[in-house]
Ligand binder design. Structure first.
Ligand code: 3HC
Length: 315
């Protein structure tokens, strides 16, 4: 069958609303686009465990510690679902990790900022997971079956993540003057990087054209960013937090909030590796990955032994 024929048949399936499964014929471009996006999504989930992990021993109560532990464990699981979804496209886990360590693969900008106070844990849950939910709910309708199914599972857990973050912020805004100041300071530091999580403006997004053609993306970076802003501003108002954007204003005609311009220089500097914590995040990931080599070797040896034993039995 000619490549053109495969591509046309493939596009007809997508236009009909079919899910594409790993064993289906697919254009190489579709496969590489998904490997790029899903592996970077998985890297984000795992690297994202670091800023929160720093606060497990400093959580202000046993309940807070239990919730934070549960959330971080969830994030590790999200990473595993997504690495497994990417592996169905023909890339190995070690290749993906190697791409992360070499800087070839990215992870979300947001995890290159430090979590300085306990309020940051609230801001991360409320804003970062809140932004991730807006993006991931949309991705539930992505055309690649394993990715879509992973999103359905992940979104269920993300809503708990977002709720617990918002509860921390609400609690602090109901507390002492110092706690209120700590919560507002975290809001000021996490708001703009959270807006950057949705990616560059649609007009500056090199991948969105293909992403829409192949129904990998169902809504654009700007659409999802706007949806996040519209719902989060109201949540901030309820607990008395101020959004650090003097140009934020409700636009009755558009039925959306107008907002100030995002600092795209900062975004590009951070994703180029020059953010506040990029070096620390990568050094830690490499150190822990190397320290865990013996577990991978043992699992590999056990798998080989099992296979040899089974092959002897079947002879
Ligand atoms: N951080 C880092 N890089 C980003 C980025 C971000 N927030 N947004 C865009 N980029 C990169 C893209 O990866 C691409 O670079 P590449 O060619 O080297 O991959 C470039 O900027 C151009 O961006 P595009 O918008 O053209 O790229 P995409 O079409 O891939 O859209 C995206 C970017 C919207 C992030 C999309 O990849 C996506 O939806 N990914 C899945 C969701 C995801 O990865 N979320 C990360 C957070 S996970 C998380 O928060 C976990 C939670 O539980 C805490």
């Amino acid at each position: 069958m000619s490549t053109e024929h495969i591509q046309n048949a493939f596009q007809q399936r997508l236009d009909k609303g079919d899910f594409i499964e790993p064993k289906d014929d697919m254009p190489d471009g579709y496969r590489t686009h998904l490997i790029r996006q899903i592996s970077q999504h998985a890297h984000s989930e795992v690297i994202g465990m670091q800023p929160e992990g720093n606060w497990i021993t400093r959580a202000p109560s046993l309940r807070a510690k239990q919730i934070l532990l549960a959330k971080i464990q969830d994030e590790g699981g999200h990473g595993l679902y997504l690495y497994s979804a990417a592996e169905t496209l023909g890339i190995t886990r070690s290749e993906m990790i190697q791409q992360l360590h070499s800087g070839k693969a990215k992870y979300s900008n947001i995890f290159n900022y430090p979590a300085l106070t306990w309020a940051d844990i609230g801001a991360i849950g409320w804003l970062v997971d809140g932004a991730a939910i807006v993006n991931q709910v949309s991705l539930q309708r992505t055309s690649f079956g394993p990715y879509s199914r992973a999103m359905v599972r992940i979104c269920k857990e993300e809503s708990f993540h977002q709720r617990q973050g918002y509860e921390i912020m609400a609690h602090m805004m109901n507390g002492t003057a110092d706690q209120k100041e700590m919560a507002q300071d975290a809001m000021n530091r996490w708001w703009w990087p959270a807006l950057m999580m949705f990616g560059p403006h649609d007009s500056d997004s090199p991948h969105s054209g293909d992403a829409f053609k192949w129904k990998i993306k169902r809504e654009s970076n700007d659409e999802l960013r706007q949806r996040f802003i519209d719902k989060t501003v109201q949540q901030a108002e309820v607990i008395g937090l101020t959004i650090p954007d003097p140009k934020l204003k409700w636009n009755e005609a558009k039925n959306h909030y107008d907002h100030g311009e995002i600092n795209w220089n900062e975004f590009h500097e951070v994703i180029r590796g020059n953010g506040p914590c990029n070096k620390q995040r990568m050094e830690h990931h490499i150190k822990v990955h190397e320290a865990g080599a013996w577990v991978r070797e043992a699992a590999e040896a056990y798998k080989k032994k099992r296979l040899n034993k089974e092959s002897l039995v079947t002879i």
